[in-house]
Design a protein around this ligand. Structure first.
Ligand SMILES: [Zn+2]
Length: 415
């Protein structure tokens, strides 16, 4: 049985088996600096999780949002004298192209925040009526004292102001009752995009969009919520407060899974620091399978630093696996089965991809050293089938057809 580390209880917990498609929500990109290695690591990690579930016969309904209106996008658009929507769409298309190249299974729904403005407004109205929120001069705020801060991030209260300020909160906003209160709706400034609302023309805050979109596309209670570990506070804790107040359904998510951060020379990659390694640049020089193996060589909860030498080693490994799958040595059925069992056991244990890769590497090694019998040998077929759970294509000329078709249809929203 697959067990995953749940940030809420800080323990390994079995995945819910609901007898219907498993409802998964993963926070998506803010399209102005995508797709650097941090994004790719996160989405490839959830991709392996989904593939492993599907391989075990568990259907998954997967929703990922696009934060398509946001202060960072507006600032970037102003800096480049470009329309904010044109800029955002361009970055989303680039992200999608990277996801296709990496053979990432597309979400079943890929909504942009601005397509759900009525739902967001309805949610804010309910939160106001419940006394969790208040309005000042066209802005609406959520009272942070009503939020379960610390429940996922386990940050002590003395860290909340500092960390939330690093992640978009303005503690000095004079309209607020308290510095940790967060924006549900903000009045738009001159020249900024605005939608009509009961509080005047404006736009949604960031946290509320995920509560509204999760409810709209997956219903009030979801099975698994994911995102990078830097989203646990305050974003995901705000989501819990908003969603549980709005729907009355607890828990909002039965399991919370967070992925580690990717650094460059020990510093987390971010646009503001200018230390991004872009996937599209690496894909010019390395095959997608090399990147997938490189990501998988780190456990999903681990934070790690980019190292081109180690990526190059994974490129060699990907090539060897491709050869092993095509020459197909005659490996005894028992040895193939043992590798498959090791692979399965590793992934069931909190998605331990480094150990799963070791199991497949052992199979590839045995295939390469055994007498040749062709790609239809049972060992070669097993290697191809198991590598696909990790998202690898092993020499196939293109990403999977479902990857191309699914992302292709999402891409039309951003053209
Ligand atoms: Zn989110």
């Amino acid at each position: 049985m697959l067990r995953l580390y749940d940030s809420l209880t800080e323990s390994l917990r079995p995945l819910p088996s609901p007898g219907r498609p498993l409802r998964l929500y993963v926070c998506g990109i803010t399209p102005y600096d995508t797709t650097h290695l941090g994004h790719a690591f996160t989405y490839c990690s959830y991709d392996v999780l989904i593939r492993f579930l599907e391989w075990q016969g568990v259907p998954v309904r997967y929703v990922q949002n696009v934060t398509d209106v946001d202060n960072d996008i507006l600032r970037e658009a102003r800096a480049h004298d470009e329309d904010w929507q044109t800029l955002g769409n361009r970055w989303v298309r680039r992200f999608i192209d990277d996801m296709v190249a990496l053979n990432v299974r597309p979400p079943d729904a890929y909504p942009r925040a601005t397509a759900a403005i009525p739902e967001i407004i309805r949610t804010v109205e309910v939160l106001l009526s419940q006394g969790h929120a208040y309005e000042r001069e066209g802005w609406v705020y959520y009272r942070a004292q009503h939020a379960p801060f610390g429940c996922l991030s386990h940050l002590p209260p003395q860290e909340w102001l500092r960390v939330s300020a690093e992640r978009g909160n303005d503690p000095n906003d004079p309209r607020k009752e308290a510095p940790l209160d967060w924006v549900l709706w903000q009045a738009s400034g001159r020249g900024e995009p605005a939608w009509p609302s009961p509080w005047g023309p404006g736009r949604p805050g960031w946290h509320i969009e995920c509560s509204a979109l999760a409810n709209l596309y997956l219903g009030p209670c979801i099975d698994l919520h994911g995102g990078g570990t830097d989203l646990s506070f305050p974003h995901h804790e705000a989501e819990i407060a908003q969603s549980e107040a709005y729907t009355g359904c607890r828990p909002f998510a039965r399991l919370w899974v967070h992925t580690g951060m990717v650094c460059l020379e020990g510093v987390k990659m971010s646009k503001s620091l200018g230390n991004l390694v872009m996937v599209s640049d690496l894909l010019q020089r390395y095959p997608a399978d090399a990147l997938r193996l490189y990501f998988g060589s780190h456990h999903y909860r681990q934070s790690w630093s980019y190292n081109e030498g180690l990526l190059a080693e994974r490129a060699g490994q990907a090539a060897a696996w491709g050869r092993a799958a095509s020459v197909g040595g005659r490996v005894p059925a028992g040895a193939v089965e043992a590798c498959e069992q090791r692979f399965h056991a590793a992934l069931e244990d909190d998605l331990d991809t480094p150990r799963a890769i070791e199991a497949l590497d052992s199979l590839a090694g045995q295939l390469l050293s055994a007498p040749r019998s062709g790609p239809d040998s049972s060992g070669a077929a097993a290697l191809t089938r198991l590598a696909a759970v990790l998202g690898l294509r092993l020499g196939a000329p293109a990403p999977e057809p479902r990857v191309i078709a699914g992302w292709g249809s999402h891409r039309k929203q951003f053209e």
